[in-house]
Design a protein around this ligand. Structure first.
Ligand SMILES: [Zn+2]
Length: 140
């Protein structure tokens, strides 16, 4: 573990005023968040993440989210964005995807409940057919 302690750390200052302790590849290097030459890249990544809107067709949203996840994976593999940024972005997208899943299940359940109710009503109608059509839909 002493090996890890000797790794070069970013000398940037975090927003809370403490020194950034992120591991960098060589002494004096600044990490992705603190390197001023990466500012443009950070902005691009932030705007990519900002494109995650919540409106529109859920299926299209899920497809778009998956595509973005794929883009991020490629960017990480090609070294265009740091693994840290990629990880955060992937986590956010993953959470978003899960929320769609919950939404979908809830919708499925509601639809199923409505169908069951409709079937019950039809069944009751058939059974009460002999009693006359005026009993249809009654919950007595
Ligand atoms: Zn830093």
């Amino acid at each position: 573990m002493s090996e890890e302690r000797n790794l070069p750390r970013c000398s940037g200052i975090t927003s809370s005023g403490t020194r950034c302790e992120r591991v960098v590849s060589y002494e004096g290097e600044l990490c992705y968040s603190h390197d001023p030459t990466k500012a443009e890249e950070r902005k691009a990544t932030a705007s990519k993440a900002g494109k995650l809107s919540r409106k529109g067709n859920p299926v299209e949203e899920v497809v778009a989210l998956r595509a973005r996840l794929d883009e991020i994976l490629n960017d990480v593999l090609e070294g265009e964005i740091s693994t840290g940024i990629g990880q955060v972005a992937a986590t956010i997208i993953g959470t978003s995807l899960r929320s769609f899943e919950v939404e979908r299940k809830q919708k499925e359940y509601t639809e199923l409940a409505e169908k069951v109710e409709e079937l019950e009503r039809m069944y009751r109608y058939r059974r009460e057919d002999t009693a006359g059509p005026f009993d249809v839909g009654g919950y007595s």
